[in-house]
Design a protein around this ligand. Structure first.
Ligand SMILES: [Zn+2]
Ligand SMILES: [Zn+2]
Length: 347
């Protein structure tokens, strides 16, 4: 038995090695499982919609009579898959990227400043020549300090730098950032690591993620309506077709309930400017300890939260500071009749 298995195993190993040579990304188990999940998700979409078009003759007739109806459905189908891949490939806003961007901006300013100094010193007959490597090292040093200063400014005075330095990346984390062990990087406004998308959801792509869930829910609902219309139509058809459709309808209904709840949950955290991580681990996060449950420390009011989420968060360099004790006190103040009239929760 062992002798029979060994040649087969050898053939499999050789085939895998050849496959990894052509597609190097498959050699990494994490990327491999992420790719398999993406293929499975696209496959599920194709099966659910494909079965409908294969079995439902009425739908084909309807497509010929009212082509816009099916065209709209197919448009939503394609848009959902595009949104899925765009979200999966988008950056959640890695702290290291922002730090590098800040460093580049600062080095540009420092270079300009040094060039001006060099030009002005020529008048006095003394020219300072800059060695490339040396200046780079100096700039890196000064930039890492400026990044530290910038991050320190976001915390209350007296906070130790050690409390917000990531022990894995060795970078200072701005408030609300967290190290993701799957991505092995710190993520700005870390929400969660999405296994289906194979990426983190953070400040840079939370907006896209919300739109993806929204489109997926709409597509699921529309597909379910088409399934119910097929099953309730008074047409003679094979029993196994009904069985397949009922099984897929059960699967669709479960997925739809999950998607709808997810959409509601993310809409709630967007309106209150929270993240899933902050909501779930509220008692364990140092900057949220001691804040009453109903107080949302980063909320600017539902309307402003929505505006920042939709429009003003195109830049991932928009870092939020921790609220002061006075601001927290103001937020914990109980609602009065005047607050209801002035829409305190919205503005
Ligand atoms: Zn980290
Ligand atoms: Zn991650």
């Amino acid at each position: 038995m062992v002798d029979l298995c060994c040649p087969l195993r050898g053939v499999c190993n050789r085939a895998c090695e050849r496959c990894y040579r052509w597609f190097p990304c498959l050699a990494d188990p994490v990327r491999r499982s992420s790719l398999l999940l993406k293929v499975a998700l696209v496959g599920l979409h194709l099966v659910c919609a494909g079965v409908l078009f294969l079995f439902d003759r009425d739908l084909i007739e309807k497509a010929q009579k009212e082509p816009w109806y099916i065209a709209l459905y197919l448009l939503l189908f394609v848009a959902t898959l595009i949104q899925y891949f765009v979200t999966a490939c988008s950056s959640p806003g890695y702290v290291l990227d922002v730090m590098r961007a800040v460093n580049d901006t600062n080095s540009m300013f420092t270079n300009r400043f040094k060039q001006r100094q060099t030009a002005s010193s020529k008048n006095g007959g003394f020219v300072v020549s800059l060695d490339g490597n040396q200046s780079g090292r100096n700039l890196l040093g000064s930039n890492s300090t400026s990044w530290s200063k910038m991050v320190m400014g976001l915390y209350p005075p007296g906070t130790s730098i050690r409390t917000f330095t990531c022990s894995y990346c060795n970078v200072e984390q701005p408030p609300r950032a967290k190290h993701c062990h799957d991505c092995d990087r710190c993520v700005l406004q870390f929400d969660h690591h999405c296994v289906w998308l194979g990426t983190c959801i953070g400040q840079g792509n939370h907006n896209r993620f919300w739109w993806y869930i929204c489109e997926e829910t709409a597509l699921g609902l529309w597909t379910e309506i088409l399934y119910i219309a097929y099953l309730t139509a008074d047409i003679a058809r094979a029993w196994w077709k009904d069985a397949v459709m009922i099984l897929l309808l059960i699967f669709l209904s479960i997925s739809l309930i999950f998607l709808f709840l997810l959409l509601l949950f993310h809409s709630y955290i967007v309106l209150t400017n929270q993240t899933t991580y902050e909501l779930v681990r509220r008692r364990r996060i140092p900057y949220l300890r001691g804040i009453p449950e109903r107080v949302y420390p980063f909320s600017k009011g539902a309307c402003r939260n929505l505006y920042y989420f939709c429009c003003a968060r195109s830049s991932i360099y928009d870092l939020e500071r921790l609220p002061t004790a006075q601001e927290l006190e103001e937020k914990s103040r109980p609602f009065t009749c005047l607050d209801v009239f002035t829409c305190r929760c919205c503005c």
